[in-house]
Design a protein around this ligand. Sequence first.
Ligand SMILES: Nc1ncnc2c1ncn2[C@@H]1O[C@H](COP(=O)(O)OP(=O)(O)OP(=O)(O)O)[C@@H](O)[C@H]1O
Ligand SMILES: [Mg+2]
Length: 157
Amino acid sequence: MKVIIVTGTPGTGKSFISRQMAKKLGYSHIELSKFVKERRLFDRFDKASKSYVVDEKKLVAALKRYFKNHLSKGFIVDGHMSHFLPTKIVNKAIVCKSPLKVIKSRLKARHYSKSKIRENLDAEIFNVCYEEALEAGHKPIVFDGKNLPSLLKRLRL
Ligand SMILES: Nc1ncnc2c1ncn2[C@@H]1O[C@H](COP(=O)(O)OP(=O)(O)OP(=O)(O)O)[C@@H](O)[C@H]1O
Ligand SMILES: [Mg+2]
């Protein structure tokens, strides 16, 4: 059983590519935001950022349980917090990147507030997900959303 994490700034195309990869590889796709909401794996709502603060320990424990209880060739864990999964349970790490203007228009289409869009564009400029993934000990593969067959080759599964 393999675990592939797909991280990156919101709007970079994680879910888009994760769905295609799951289909191609015959893996299960776990969308972390849904997974967290369904299981209430957050500990509070942060008014300033208007978002739930995820309890990382609970999230990792719930994912481990999920992997154990669901028979699958592999799992694609899709979300901008997926790089917080410990390296010992992750086989491959992908960081999605997209041009700033593309992210901007995607987030605008979702009616994100100006400040939320700015925050996400800054995160993309500073490569936050990539740097955090490195810091956590992953060896991230950067993907620009353009060539799935070449990404699958680079994964060397
Ligand atoms: N490679 C691509 N080609 C064409 N459209 C794309 C591509 N990647 C993403 N999109 C489109 O961009 C939008 C945002 O993509 P997606 O939902 O996959 O982002 P995300 O990284 O999963 O965001 P979030 O972190 O908020 O879940 C979607 O409407 C999707 O269809
Ligand atoms: Mg998504």
